[in-house]
Design a binder for this molecule. Structure first.
Ligand code: TYD
Length: 685
C-alpha cells in the first residue's frame, strides 16, 4: 500500500516565465533590485566620502546613519503601506512609486551633502515600502497557484542575484569616474555619480514596464474600500493572529530573521576572532548567499515531495542546529561550509513562507500581511543587530581550560548560541502550528520525499476504503476475476462496490459507445485519450471516491494503467503526458492494489467470442505493446501490483489473488447500520 496522501511524482512541463505578464513584472523587479543594491552601495560609499577626514568613528557613524535612515520608514510606515497595496490600484501604486524614486535618487548627486543623503535614503525607503507589498500582492494574481512557488524562486533569484552584479557595476563605474576626474579635475564628477545615475534610470525603466502591464486586476480594491485605513490595518493584524498557519509562518519567519540579525551583529567580530580578516568575512558573506540560492533552487527539488508546512519548521530547526555548530567550532573553513548549509535552510524557509502567504491569505489582505511581515522583520533585525553586538561586548572574552585543553569562548559565541536556541525553539513552534501530517513520523515522510513520492495535501481528503484495480489485455479474464474477487470480499464481510471502465456513469455510457464503436475508426489518439480520461474523471468523482469515503472496498475492472498501456504504449503517445492527464482527471487517486492478469495477446484474442470492437480489432503488435507496458508498470512498483499468469486455471488465478488481497487488506469496515445491530452483512450480488 502506498504511504497515505502520496502519489507518484509527475514532471512539470511549461515554465513560469512563459507567462508574459509575470515575465514583465519579474523583469521590472530585477531592474529595481539592481537599482536598490546600487543604492545601498553608493549611499554608504558616498556617506563615507562626504565625511572623510572626520576620524574613523565619525565616519563609521555616518555610514551607520544611512542604514538607520533605511530602516526607519519600515518601523514608522510599514503597516500603512501594505494597506495602500490592498486599497489602491496596485499598478498605479508601483508606477508612482517608481517615478518618485527616480526623482529622489537623481537629486542626490545634484545636492551632494550628507544630510541630503540621509533624507534621500529615508525617502527612497518610504517609497519602497509601498512598491514592495504592491508587487508581492500582485504576483499571485499573475501566476496560477501551482506555479507560485516557482515564481517566488525567480523573484528571490533576481532580488539577491542582482547584488553581485550591482557590486561589480559599482566597482567598474567608480573606476571609470575616477579616471574621468583624473583627466578633467574641473568636471567635479564623483565616483558614486554613475552608480546613482544607473540606479535612477533603473526605477524609470521599471515604471515603464509596469505601466504597460495591463493585466494586474483591480477587483480587490472594490472589496476593501468599505473599511477605513486604520480599520484595515487592525483587520490585517487580527487576521494574522487568527489564522493558525499564517501565525506559524510569521513566527517562523520572524524568528529566522532574529537569528539572522544576531549573525549580522556579531559576524564581523566572530570572523576576526577566527583570524579571518576582511577576506574571511567576504567568504562567509558569499557563503550565505550561495547557500540561500542552493536551498531555494535545489533544496526544494530534492525534497519536492515533503509537505511544505513540515519542511518550513524543519528547515528553521536545522538552521538553528547548524548555527550552534558554527558557534562552537573555531575553524574558519568549517564555519564557511556550515554557513552554506545555514543559508540553504534560510533560503528554503523564506521561499516556503513567501509562497504559503501567497496561497493562504486572501487577495484583499495579502498586501497587508506581506508588509506587516516586512516591517516587523526590519524592526526585529534592527533591534537584534543592536542588542547582539552590545551583548557580545558585555560578555567579553574568556579562556576556558578543561584538563590540558583550552578553549576560547567570547561574546560572539554566546550570541550565536542564543540565536541558535531561538531558531530551534521558533522552528519547533512553527512546526507544531502548521503540521498537516499529524501522527505520521517525520522520518517516514523524509524517506518518502527522498524516494521521490509526492505529498498530496490533506485538503484533498483521504479515502478510507480499499481500492483494487484489475488490469490486463483482451481476453485475459480480468472481468471474471474482478467479479469473483468482489463476491469473495463480500463473503468476508466487506461492503464492496464493483465497477468498470469505461462506462460506469451516465455520461460514461455515452462515452463508451463512442469509444468502442467499430465505425469510429477516424478517432485521433489524443481525443481517444481525453475521452477515456473524461470517463475516468466522472467515474472517480461519482462512483469511486464517494464509495471509498463511505469506507467501502472498490473493485474496478480497468483504471489509469489501461490508458497508459493502450493509449500511451499502444497509440505511441508520450507516456508522461498521458500520465499527467490522468493524474489530473483522477485528482491523483491511485489504487492500493492493482491486479494484472497477464496473458500473451495471441492467447487472449483467441478467447474472444463476440465480434471485435474498435480496440480489439487493432493488429497483434499493438496488443504486444500494451502487454509490455502493463508488465513494465507492474515491475516498477511491485508493492502495489500483483501479476498473475492468466493462462492458469481460473480457480488457481482466484486463489493467488485472494492470497495477496488477504495480506494487504485492512480489517473489514462494517456499515453503520450493521455495526449498530451487530449482524453479519448478507451477500449482495
Ligand atoms: P471492454 O468491452 O470493457 O473490454 P475489456 O474486457 O477488454 O475491458 O472494453 C474496454 C476497451 O477499452 C478495451 O479494449 C481497452 C480499452 N481501453 C483503453 O484503450 N483505454 C482505457 O483507458 C480503458 C479504460 C480501456
Amino acid at each position: 500500500m502506498s504511504t497515505p496522501g502520496r502519489a507518484a511524482q509527475r514532471r512539470k512541463t511549461s515554465h513560469v516565465l512563459a507567462i508574459a505578464p509575470f515575465r514583465r513584472l519579474w523583469t521590472a523587479m530585477g531592474v529595481c533590485s539592481l537599482g536598490d543594491w546600487l543604492n545601498i552601495i553608493a549611499l554608504t560609499a558616498l556617506a563615507g566620502n562626504l565625511t572623510q577626514g572626520s576620524g574613523f568613528q565619525a565616519q563609521s557613524l555616518a555610514i551607520g546613519g544611512v542604514f538607520v535612515a533605511k530602516m526607519l520608514p519600515a518601523i514608522l510606515l510599514g503597516p500603512l503601506a501594505g494597506t495602500v497595496a490592498d486599497r489602491f490600484d496596485r499598478r498605479l501604486t508601483m508606477v508612482v512609486a517608481d517615478i518618485v524614486r527616480f526623482g529622489v535618487v537623481l537629486s542626490i548627486p545634484l545636492v551632494g551633502n550628507y544630510q541630503w543623503v540621509l533624507i534621500a535614503a529615508f525617502l527612497v525607503e518610504c517609497v519602497n515600502l509601498f512598491w514592495v507589498p504592491a508587487k508581492d500582492a500582485t504576483v499571485p494574481n499573475l501566476v496560477p497557484k501551482e506555479r507560485l512557488e516557482e515564481a517566488n524562486q525567480f523573484n528571490l533569484l533576481v532580488t539577491y542575484g542582482t547584488a553581485p552584479v550591482a557590486a561589480a557595476l559599482f566597482a567598474v563605474g567608480s573606476a571609470l569616474t575616477s579616471m574621468v576626474t583624473a583627466a578633467f579635475p574641473a568636471s567635479g564628477v564623483k565616483p558614486t555619480d554613475l552608480a546613482l545615475g544607473i540606479n535612477a534610470v533603473a526605477y524609470l525603466v521599471s515604471a515603464v514596464l509596469i505601466f504597460t502591464l495591463r493585466s494586474i486586476p483591480k477587483d480587490h480594491t472594490r472589496q476593501a474600500s468599505t473599511l477605513s485605513v486604520l480599520g484595515q490595518i487592525v483587520d490585517g493584524w487580527r487576521f494574522v493572529g487568527g489564522n493558525r498557519v499564517v501565525k506559524g509562518l510569521i513566527i517562523g519567519m520572524l524568528g529566522a530573521f532574529a537569528a539572522g540579525g544576531a549573525v549580522v551583529g556579531v559576524g564581523k567580530a566572530y570572523v576576526s576572532a577566527l583570524h579571518g580578516g576582511d577576506a574571511g568575512y567576504g567568504a562567509v558573506f558569499c557563503a550565505v548567499f550561495l547557500g540561500m540560492g542552493l536551498g531555494m533552487f535545489f533544496g526544494l527539488r530534492l525534497l519536492g515531495g515533503l509537505s511544505r508546512r513540515r519542511m518550513f519548521g524543519l528547515s528553521i530547526i536545522l538552521a538553528g542546529l547548524t548555527l550552534a555548530a558554527i558557534a562552537v567550532i573555531h575553524d574558519l573553513v568549517i564555519v564557511v561550509m556550515l554557513t552554506v548549509l545555514l543559508g540553504a535552510c534560510a533560503g528554503i524557509a523564506w521561499i516556503i513562507g513567501y509562497t504559503m502567504i501567497g496561497l493562504e491569505v486572501e487577495d484583499a489582505l495579502r498586501g497587508r500581511t506581506f508588509s506587516f511581515l516586512q516591517s516587523l522583520a526590519r524592526v526585529v533585525l534592527l533591534l537584534v543587530v543592536a542588542v547582539a553586538s552590545g551583548l557580545a561586548a558585555v560578555f567579553g572574552s574568556h579562556l576556558l581550560a578543561v584538563g590540558g585543553i583550552s578553549y576560547q569562548f567570547d561574546g560572539s559565541n554566546v550570541v550565536l548560541l542564543l540565536a541558535a536556541l531561538l531558531a530551534v525553539v521558533v522552528g519547533l513552534l512553527a512546526f507544531r502550528h502548521m503540521d498537516d501530517r499529524r501522527g505520521i513520523p517525520i522520518g517516514v515522510d523524509l524517506m518518502a520525499a527522498l524516494r521521490g513520492e509526492k505529498f498530496v495535501p490533506e485538503a484533498e481528503e483521504q479515502p478510507r476504503g480499499f481500492f483494487v484495480a484489475f488490469e490486463g489485455g483482451e481476453g485475459s479474464g480480468k472481468t471474471t476475476q474482478s467479479r469473483l474477487l468482489a463476491i469473495w470480499l463480500r463473503d468476508q464481510g466487506f461492503d464492496v462496490v464493483q465497477t468498470r471502465e469505461p462506462g460506469s456513469t451516465k455520461v460514461g455510457m455515452r462515452l463508451r459507445a463512442i469509444l468502442l464503436d467499430a465505425t469510429h475508426q477516424g478517432l485521433s489518439a489524443r481525443s481517444e485519450t481525453l475521452l477515456y480520461a473524461a470517463d475516468r474523471a466522472e467515474h472517480v468523482e461519482k462512483v469511486i471516491r464517494p464509495a471509498l469515503k463511505r469506507g467501502s472496498t472498490v473493485v474496478t475492472d480497468r483504471y489509469v494503467d489501461s490508458s497508459l498501456a493502450y493509449q500511451g504504449a499502444g497509440r505511441a503517445l508520450e507516456p508522461e503526458e498521458v500520465a499527467q492527464i490522468n493524474s489530473w482527471a483522477t485528482g491523483g487517486l491511485l489504487p492500493d492494489l492493482t491486479v494484472l492478469i497477464d496473458v500473451p495477446p495471441s492467447v487472449g484474442l483467441r478467447r474472444m467470442a463476440s465480434p471485435a470492437d474498435r480496440i480489439e480489432a487493432e493488429p497483434l503488435e499493438f496488443h504486444e505493446r500494451v502487454r509490455r507496458e502493463f508488465r513494465t508498470l507492474a515491475a516498477a512498483a511491485p508493492e502495489r501490483y500483483l501479476v498473475v499468469d492468466g493462462t492458469l486455471q481460473q480457480a488457481e488465478v482466484s486463489r493467488l489473488i485472494q492470497d495477496r488481497v488477504r495480506e494487504v487488506l485492512p480489517d473489514p469496515v462494517p456499515h453503520e447500520a450493521e455495526a449498530a445491530t451487530g449482524t453479519i452483512p448478507a451477500i449482495r450480488d
